[in-house]
Design a protein around this ligand. Structure first.
Ligand code: AMP
Ligand code: MG
Length: 706
């Protein structure tokens, strides 16, 4: 599967003098999309643009990256013209012919009109070229198309899209003819410079470091207009959006498109596939506007009394979707982030076959049973220091772990299994063909998916993606989680004194720490007293700053439960009466489109509800999908007679014997038990008599991301 690492889109110009110093329209614009992002360059002259392209090609070739470069002028002329001028239908023969006829100075001064007139003289009639906007007349180049007669068709087969202009037109709006006459010779100069590293599709089919194609940005003009930045110059938007779109096509698709078309008249890449390009453009460039959650997304059907935990989780899962944007981060800085798109291997790992051990390398074909004695070549192959030259069959070479196998070596014998006097190496045969070697791509093959979208990056993933040459990654922005405490009795900061009837805020630091541990961006929304107007103001402020809000306290239906009263008055509250202990109704609502989780005030219930409900919900909102904690079954180290009809979570920890012991009190105000525990025992909804040895499900805190 052929893949392009870098896509370049050039909006060319047929101007006769340099474009303004300040970036302007109708000049040369170059859009470059690569793994580090997309940029747009402005050039005042064709000479400057050609040099910039040559530099870019050089850099990309040196870095082992493949480039597709597209230009918005015709690469060929209607059938018959190339043959009449060069004796062959090959458009590239015509490129050389035009390059010989056209001169184009570093200041854009050029002879295109005189050259066109000279070509016109070769043919009967007034054309094929027409259009002269100069003050002076040019013999054999008509000023307009009036009385036009030419032996060639007016347009190519691919020039029938709306807005396409005849290639013969050299003056006036959209005079693509001048761009071609001044573009083709420049591309021909790049062909000469880059030789076997460059090819032109669809005329040539080989895979080269640089591939040139013809483009027509107007193919997706509407989408470009939609995706343009405010006050962005149209030409700039075109090259930027089209380059990003082409690069965003699935691997192999761009290569396939570039091979379509007509090898005599040329082809506009993507013709007939505008919808595909538009989709890719939107995917690549649309500022990610997360869809809003629906106001009624948490609604519970009428008459539902107690909702089992599993049903509550299923409802929550169905109600939510990712709300975070996408950014590009350096791989080394992407720890804990979520991939926004699947990532593909840029190169195979290992890129070349190499040795898995320190030893001696040789061709398997020259070995046999019994003792083998092979003459040793001078020198060695080491990691990062390849052996320069072939190893003739029947010879051996010292080779170290990680060294690229030299030409002629397919098998390595382990150093410990050999004896050597410096001239010969001896070992027992038979050896296994390709023993102690690693195949190119045996770990990961180029172009295959390394990790899927939605994957949260851990340290080993950073190793994998770095090994595959991915310097930057498209990741989700961190989910911003606001945490708010309510209650007249709460003192927000333990640095402040508390009167005997007051308590220090325990939930806020806990919930902020949970959010941080879940790789979200915690936002401290502080504490508000039980005052509806104050709570409203704080929520209003928060809605502009965060993606989701966790509140604790005041979420029940009592007199002092101002959070639920406010959310109810505002109309989006759904109080879920979940069959769960510890826990009370979970208040779910949207505040200006931002989901609010009203957690119980009791720290024990607040933690359990956060772990059971908020954690998977936040993961889904963040773009990492729904998550379930991985628990395991252990014998109970306690006794309990559990009533039917609700699920229970007990503060628990493992004993040295591998049983689960539980905290002495189930009181939901007992914060010390939360800290005593290392996890939770989950008892099922049904009744259960637990005695020592009864299998129970233990979920360690670590499985909840604590
Ligand atoms: P509420 O849900 O507001 O009725 O509170 C239930 C219990 O949790 C009460 O005993 C509160 O004092 C306590 N509580 C509420 N918020 C917090 C908090 N942030 N930290 C510690 N305890 C709290
Ligand atoms: Mg309260």
């Amino acid at each position: 599967m052929s893949r392009f690492d870098t896509v370049v889109v050039v909006d060319w110009s047929g101007a006769a003098s340099p474009s303004p110093a300040r970036p302007a329209k109708d000049a040369i614009w170059i859009g470059i999309a690569r793994d580090t992002g997309t940029e747009a360059q402005y050039h005042r002259t064709r000479h400057a643009a050609t040099e910039a392209l040559a530099d870019l090609f050089q850099t990309e070739i040196a870095a082992g990256r493949r480039v597709l470069a597209g230009f918005d002028f015709p690469f060929a002329y209607p059938r018959g013209f190339a043959r009449a001028l060069t004796g062959t239908d090959d458009p590239l023969a015509l490129w050389a012919e035009l390059a010989a006829r056209i001169s184009d100075g570093p200041d854009n001064a050029n002879n295109r009109l005189d050259a066109a007139a000279a070509i016109n003289r070769l043919f009967p009639g007034t054309g094929p070229f027409w259009g002269n906007g100069l003050g002076r007349d040019i013999a054999d180049l008509p000023r307009t198309k009036a009385g036009y007669a030419s032996p060639f068709a007016d347009r190519r087969r691919c020039d029938t899209t709306p807005g396409a202009q005849p290639v013969w037109k050299l003056a006036g709006a959209g005079s693509v003819g001048s761009q071609a006459l001044l573009g083709i010779p420049r591309l021909q100069s790049l062909r000469v410079r880059f030789g076997a590293d460059i090819s032109v599709r669809p005329f040539e089919t080989q895979d080269t470091a640089v591939t040139l194609v013809e483009l027509f940005p107007s193919l997706i003009a509407g989408t470009v207009a939609d995706l343009a930045e405010e006050a962005e110059i149209k030409d700039r938007a075109q090259v930027r959006v089209l380059a990003s779109a082409l690069r965003a096509l699935e691997p192999g698709k761009l290569d396939a498109l570039s091979r379509e078309g007509d090898v005599v008249e040329g082809w506009i890449l993507g013709l007939g596939h505008a919808a595909l390009l538009e989709q890719a453009a939107r995917r690549a460039c649309a500022p990610l506007l997360p869809p809003r959650l629906r106001d009624d997304c948490f609604a519970m059907p009428q008459g539902v009394a107690w909702v089992p935990v599993d049903e509550a989780l299923a409802r929550l899962r169905a109600a939510l979707h990712p709300v975070t944007g996408v950014e590009q981060l350096r791989t080394a800085e992407a720890m804990g982030r979520i991939l926004a798109e699947p990532v593909m291997a840029r190169r195979s790992n290992p890129p070349l076959p190499n040795s898995a051990v320190d030893g001696y390398g040789f061709a398997f074909a020259a070995t046999g049973a019994g003792v083998n004695r092979l003459p040793l070549l001078a020198g060695r192959a080491a990691a990062g220091q390849p052996y320069d030259g072939p190893v003739p069959q029947g010879h051996a070479l010292r080779i170290l772990t990680g060294a690229t196998l030299p030409q002629g070596v397919d098998t390595v014998v382990l150093e410990e299994d050999t004896a050597t006097d410096g001239a010969l190496v001896a070992f027992d045969g038979p050896v296994r063909a390709r023993a102690n070697t690693r195949r190119a791509g045996e770990d990961v093959a180029e172009g295959t998916q390394a990790l899927p979208a939605g994957h949260r990056l851990r340290a080993p993933d950073l190793a994998l993606l770095s090994a595959l040459g991915l310097s930057h990654l498209p990741v989700r922005s961190r989910l911003r989680v606001g945490v708010l405490s309510t209650g007249d009795e709460i003192v927000p900061d333990p640095a402040d004194s508390a009167l005997p009837h007051q308590i220090w805020d325990a939930n806020r630091p806990m919930l902020l720490a949970l959010a941080a541990g879940w790789h979200c961006a915690p936002v401290d929304l502080g504490h508000v007293r039980d005052d509806r107007a104050l709570i409203r103001d704080r929520l209003d402020e928060a809605a502009g700053q965060v993606d989701v809000i966790l509140t604790s306290g005041g979420a029940s239906a009592g007199d002092e439960d101002h959070v639920s009263a406010l959310l109810r008055a505002q109309g989006t509250l759904s109080s879920w009466r979940i069959a769960l202990k510890p826990g009370r109704p979970l208040a779910l609502a949207l505040w200006q489109g931002v989901p609010v989780f009203g957690l119980p005030g009791n720290p024990v219930a607040a933690l359990v509800c956060a772990l059971v409900f908020a954690r998977p919900a936040l993961s889904l909102l963040a773009g990492a999908g729904w998550v379930e904690p991985v628990g395991f079954t252990v014998p109970a180290g306690f006794s309990k007679s559990k009533k039917p009809g609700r699920r229970e979570y007990l503060r628990a920890r493992l004993t040295a014997q591998g049983t689960a012991e539980v905290f002495g009190s189930e009181g939901s105000g007992r914060i010390s038990g939360l800290s005593w525990a290392d996890g939770l025992v989950e008892l099922p909804d049904a009744a259960l008599d637990v005695t020592p040895g009864t299998p129970v499900r233990y979920i360690p805190y670590s499985a909840f991301g604590i």
